[in-house]
Ligand binder design. Sequence first.
Ligand SMILES: Cc1cc2nc3c(=O)[nH]c(=O)nc-3n(C[C@H](O)[C@H](O)[C@H](O)COP(=O)(O)OP(=O)(O)OC[C@H]3O[C@@H](n4cnc5c(N)ncnc54)[C@H](O)[C@@H]3O)c2cc1C
Length: 459
Amino acid sequence: MFRSPLNLDLVLIALNNYHRVMSEITVFWFRRDLRLEDNAGLFHALSEQRAVQPLFIFDTDILGRLEDRDDARVSFLHDSLGFLREALREEGAELWTRRGPPLDVWKKLVREHRVRAVYFNHDDEPAARRRDEEVSGFLRGQGIEVKSSKDQSLFERDEVLTEAGRPYTVFTPYKNKVLKRLSEQDLKPFSWGRHRGHFHRPKSREELPSLGELGFTRSLLKAPPRRLSKALIRDYDKTRDFPALENGTTHLGPHLRFGTVSVRALARLGRELNATWLSELIWRDFFKQILWHHPRVVERSFRPEYDDIAWRNSRRDFERWAEGKTGYPLVDAGMRELNATGFMHNRARMVTASFLCKHLLIHWREGEAYFARRLLDYDLSANNGNWQWAAGSGCDAAPYFRIFNPLTQAKKFDPDGEYIRRWVPEWGSAGALKPLVNHDEARGRALRAYAAALKGAAV
Ligand SMILES: Cc1cc2nc3c(=O)[nH]c(=O)nc-3n(C[C@H](O)[C@H](O)[C@H](O)COP(=O)(O)OP(=O)(O)OC[C@H]3O[C@@H](n4cnc5c(N)ncnc54)[C@H](O)[C@@H]3O)c2cc1C
């Protein structure tokens, strides 16, 4: 049959368009959600039934700010990406990794590939919000669809507000509202099994850059395994306050930080097994929504009048505290545990933080920065919220005149001195350090400094 040249052209154009559509990709951008299972954004991307290409960007803006070449978080991240890559290969997919400031990376990717849509999960830290606004603005300007999802939290942003429509600043009513609202639907896993054929299948394999190529060395600190014991969670309310118990808490912090576990899966266990454990996860959400509504807390006290405290900020005292050499055994045990392992038990975190702010009258931001550098589970909202809580300057903080006595705290929570002996072997011997400050004097000094700053302010 005769065909006009025009018809042939049309066929070619159609074929060309078909090819274009077929080679378009949807990118899923991994960030703080380094897992395949129960990942909200990944689920939504795969449900679109297009070729989904997973991507991770080594953000040089973040890596460049880290002070330690053997930073344990980078080793943890690198290992987690290795596991993620293997899991993706089992699905026939490849994890693309790129390095650079994210906007530059995206500009290059969009030049080199036909990107139809980009999916990612929310990250509500102020710097991440700026990054995402910038990248999303660029992508949308290129006609690329951008979709983001809640994944890190049970509830986020404006989802839980007071009856008057305002953000909560006190934990207990926030928690009660969350418990009232939390339904099966909120905790339902995002199972993408039936969409598993929708990954993009690149022709070539990609290797992860090595730690050395990223400018880091492997940390000697051991990351906690992603292991969850039901028995531990069942007993959590009885064991969590005793730092001598190595399995009194879950040590899942780094996994929650990098999203190698799903908070929904943990909350389901909490609902089933232990309300106190669930409550801790709600504290985590609480501080995230505080940071979302009040990003100024990164620089300032939540209660502005606390910025007027005349801190002593003694460098020598700070160093003694950081090295675990204050002569207060529980404080020193906590700091030495942190320096040696990248973890510190919550009770010791509360006591060491309070000691720095109140006994030594050193600004909470100094301590916050030290923890931020050392903690494997470092998280801006939790660290900032808890430091401000300890300093008294935060939301829902105890009144400033309630000052922890590190000696009675030790008697109560480490009655046999097991935790202290583990980290402060010289304790009780002639070689033990003399206390850096006298408790009663330091307490009096803190009360005077706080009262002077808060004069006239509601405390
Ligand atoms: C001064 C200070 C600084 C802190 N800095 C951090 C931090 O940078 N990152 C961090 O995740 N937690 C921080 N915490 C909270 C808490 O100490 C740790 O979450 C907890 O000790 C981690 O141990 P775990 O993983 O065994 O948690 P578990 O006790 O098993 O609790 C499970 C999870 O619940 C969350 N959680 C528990 N307690 C809190 C809390 N008070 N606030 C917010 N979330 C909580 C964490 O994600 C934790 O991993 C800080 C506490 C204090 C007092």
